[in-house]
Design a protein around this ligand. Sequence first.
Ligand code: SF4
Length: 284
Amino acid sequence: MAWSKSIVYWRDDEGNVNVSVPFTWMLPVAHKLCRWNRDAGLNVLAGGPAVDLMPHYLADVADCGGQMWPLPLSRHNPDATFTTRGCIRSCPFCAVPKIEGDLRELKDWIPAPVVCDNNLLAASKAHFDNVIDRLKVFKGVDFNQGLDVRLLNDHHIERLQELRLPILRFAWDNISLESVVIGAIRRVLVAGFPKSRVRCYVMFGYDDTPADALYRATTLKDMGIRPFLQRYQPLDALKKNQYIASDWTAEEMSRFGRYWCRQNWLSKIPYPEFVNDRKLYQQK
Ligand code: SF4
């Protein structure tokens, strides 16, 4: 399941150069790439989430917004698929409502082991059941965008157990969701999913404080659940990791992300100790 999270580009059967850009901070490099190809006399088509979010950025060097073929997802990961697009929610930090709109169930989706739906649990029971039925043929299935804890019900849990799921992913983006997140995790553990296979995304640096983010990550860690920290990036960021939330400093954001990304080495060292040990912080 090789996943390319960089810019992907290819020549199609008609000789067009297709450029797919997943993140906005890759747009400056994508602009150079498109310009080189256009200067070489080639027709350039650009797309992907970053182009959908900032359609004007590449407009002088590529045709943006048209259909690329094959579809970019298969170029980023041939094992990936979508069964729905969009989402029922409109979280202000998320690109999905802006570029995909409301949730819609796809009728002609192709079964594949990596399911990139933004909010599969928001789909109808009939669609969800159809997805589970068609994914049972795979040796391992990954719902890689996480499952919405607010929608998880007993039927979902029961049917998820029919799949071979190496990892079950949730998200805890806001402290206000504590009881819902912890409740959902407890329910899947009681149902028999081992702790080692449950992960939880923890966004930090949006509308939280360092203490709030530390509480969420530490609470999960203390439960034996591996938190997967994700630093917030504005939807129009042309450089990664530049945004500093109002209750954070640049150093705190960088240090916090660094600590949680290095849990293989640092899991035995509490965060306050890591912060106070300058040498340790600089070494790692
Ligand atoms: S629920 Fe998830 S996919 Fe939907 S808008 Fe919120 S963050 Fe985005």
